[in-house]
Design a protein. Structure first.
Length: 201
């Protein structure tokens, strides 16, 4: 039995969220008035056909303000979800790939951070690639040069796909071998982000 079938309240919540999203998307066509336009001659009117929720002290249409307010609320909610998910994605990228013995998690985490930094600089996909790809290439090469390898298994000398390798990581390799390379990666990342911002040529 699915989670939806076991919990009918979830249908109600999803329906309400969908309705709020639709109203927010179509706010310009649903709202009858500009939500910011003050009309002192219309202040504190009771609900009517023209003003379904009445007006406020400045004569603004309360219904229009509620409809447009949903946009901001959904934007904040979406930003909260993204900010909450990003650390989990970074952990999955970093730790998940690293423990397979492949590319060090610090390097994959830097790739994600550089992609986000490039996305913050421009909305154009081609421009993002022009910023992020060379930056990641430089970081990768510099990391390999300073740490002697980019593969997690080569850096720590353990096969992390085995219980013995994971035990060795927990009992000492993490502090002795992983922590120093994370510091190197963080410094290289800082350099690339400054270069991306134009403060480092």
């Amino acid at each position: 039995m699915s989670a939806l079938a076991r919990n009918p309240r979830l249908y109600v919540a999803l329906g309400a969220l969908g309705l709020i999203a639709l109203v927010s998307i179509f706010a310009p066509w649903i709202a009858g008035h500009d939500p910011r336009e003050a009309a002192p001659e219309n202040q504190l009117l009771e609900p009517s056909r023209e003003y379904p929720f009445g007006t406020d002290l400045l004569g603004r249409d309360v219904f229009s303000r509620v409809v447009y307010g949903g946009r901001r609320t959904l934007g904040v909610a979406l930003l909260t979800v993204v900010v909450t998910l990003l650390p989990g994605i970074a952990i999955a990228l970093g730790g998940g790939l690293g423990v397979q013995g492949d590319v060090c998690g610090a390097v994959t985490g830097c790739a994600l951070a550089l992609s986000l930094a490039a996305a913050g600089k421009t909305k154009d996909y081609a421009e993002r690639k022009k910023l992020a790809m060379p930056a990641m290439g430089r970081l990768y090469q510099a990391f390999a040069g300073r740490c002697g390898a980019v593969r997690c298994s080569d850096i720590c000398g353990l096969d992390l796909r085995t219980p013995e390798g994971m035990a060795g990581l927990v009992t000492g390799a993490r502090a002795e071998k992983c922590a120093p390379v994370v510091v190197v990666a963080a410094r290289l990342l800082g350099e690339e982000i400054r270069r991306m911002s134009g403060s480092l040529k």
